[in-house]
Design a protein around this ligand. Sequence first.
Ligand code: SAM
Length: 258
Amino acid sequence: MSIDNEIYSQQASGWWDENHFLHLLKTGINPPRFGYFRDALTCQLGLQPQALSVLDVGCGGGILSEEFAKLGCRVTGIDPSAPSLDAARQHAARENLTIEYRQASGENIPFDADSFDVVICCDVLEHVDDLEKTIHEVARVLKPDGMFCYDTINRTAESRKANIFAAQNFPLTSFFPPNTHVWEKFITPEEILVLFEKAGFDNRDMTGLNSALPDLQVAGLLIRRKFGLLTFAELGRQLKFQTGGGLQASYLGWAVKK
Ligand SMILES: C[S@@+](CC[C@H](N)C(=O)[O-])C[C@H]1O[C@@H](n2cnc3c(N)ncnc32)[C@H](O)[C@@H]1O
């Protein structure tokens, strides 16, 4: 079974649409993941956002790029999907944000070595064709001591239940189109750490990224959304995603280039 990354071109108008599943990234996932990265960057590494160049690999419609731009960073986003980049450019213009968007993949990043202070790659590693090459490319374009911020999905029974069964397959709760995710492409923390070591990264932190609600309550919200009683924007807020806890489904972290 192969992953369907064409979804991001066919449904690119959905990134900033409160009634589209892509918008879950904005209201559900962005608040905890951006807060976590911002704190690591400013509190733990003591960096000044205004001085930083940031590359967002697999930026999609710019949902996370915009947060870093609003923080004052100089942001560049790359993605293979031209329609997603158009949506990202249009939204940034409406928000008066200056972000450079370019069409490219994580496997072939079109920038010189040692170009960026920070690289972010969120909800993307489980989509790429060549994970090892992508991580090597991220390491190449980062400056020494540069920071790599990532989130992805673990390959476990829990992620099969949440991300494949509930979110993609079960008619009463599903919202992802078929093959949005392929379980076999999910990445265990152990696998990512081996690749980081090979690419010259020192991983500094890794933690869970999950709903604070019990499974039954999550199912209830997904069913209400299915019956049109909630928008995706509202669903994202009500799912109360938070960092911390186990790595058994989604997880995020940051590493530094040695
Ligand atoms: C789930 S979306 C995440 C978008 C964005 N990072 C966010 O979190 O808001 C996955 C993105 O990865 C992109 N993608 C797919 N294959 C890729 C590759 N080989 N290199 C870089 N990005 C890729 C898709 O086009 C899509 O925009």
